[in-house]
Design a protein around this ligand. Sequence first.
Ligand code: NDP
Ligand code: MG
Length: 384
Amino acid sequence: MKNLVILGSTGSIGVQALEVAEQAGYRVIGLAAARRADVLEQQIRQYQPAVAVLYDERAAADLRVRVADMPVRVLSGLEGLCELAALPQADMVLNAVVGMVGLRPTLAAIHAGKDVALANKETLVAGGAFVMDALARAKVKLLPVDSEHSAIFQCLQGCPPKDRALKRIILTASGGPFFGKSAQELQTVTRADALRHPNWSMGQKITIDSATMMNKGLELIEARWLFDLPPEQIDVVVHRESIIHSLVEYDDNAVLAQLGVPDMRVPIQYALTYPDRVPSPVKQLRLEDWAKLTFYPMDNEVFPAVELARHSLAMGGLYPAALNAVNEVAVDAFLHDKIPFTAIVSLVSAGLQESLPAPRSVEDVFAADAQMRAWARDAIDNLK
Ligand code: NDP
Ligand code: MG
């Protein structure tokens, strides 16, 4: 029985992870969220973890009162998250918080020798080089939870990384709610339109990222680090049905794909039980239910986010962290009706014009993140 810590347990991935963990017979020894004390209280009563964290101090104080009758230690803040991620009894940490706030806890878990199941893609976008470096030193595993990366990871099994003869990987993208729209039409879409994803029910931030296609840009950067591939070997194809979760192409032009109904419990479970496969409550794929699967090239004119992500990787250093920071601030502003939809990607594009030094340590990533967040807030104020 493995001891599991779940960061972001009250979110879309977190809740599904708890269900998977319970089914697979894991002991949940730590839970963390941002501020929803009522939901976390309920989870503490159900799963009885030894430690719980709320990032927000006041919410943590509220939680302490709520669970005063339980033998659980309640911590707060980033230090609390890092302490939980490094909990001595933990075998694995599933990081499913949203945003680059997940970077320090990811590093804390790796440094403490824990395997990490990673949903929090912003961690690798902002600090990929430093995370991979820490991994190599600690000799722990980083298991992808993102469905595309899990698919690629699954397709790479049985192919030794040393001589894997990999030609390229192909990330599939659903195209989101605005597939087929013109640049003109995008100018008037609303928050409600953008939150209506055709295939997946997810947290608000990633749902907006899917609508701008920045999610695929973040995933391109995530794949670059996870699979140690240059961006030229990572392609994106739009696949509307989200049945093929991604593909790998070998040197002999053989292409392997991983398929399944769109349900995050499959990649979550594979990350937790790897290398084993165990039964899942997820619906079986019946190919005959899908008369056809469709594929389209990316429309980089209307949705320039993937090309911006490629550009940030080409610039290297702190630019992917800058892209992420501006995107996080812009998505938040859009969700609060402060900027129009199309301003999100325009702001990211403008942010990449800023000048940033070459990073010497991971602290420079945090500094660039703070600098670019401040830049984005100013740029948003100037839009008004
Ligand atoms: P949600 O918004 O549904 O959940 C986010 C979770 O993180 C909540 O538990 C939230 O707590 C917590 N959280 C947010 N900020 C902090 C913080 N500062 N400290 C501690 N906890 C925090 O997001 P998702 O589950 O959709 O996504 C999580 C991550 O997984 C993202 O990086 C996303 O890109 C990635 N992902 C998600 C997929 C999905 O299907 N949802 C698919 C692939 C990747 P609270 O409830 O208190 O706010
Ligand atoms: Mg994904």
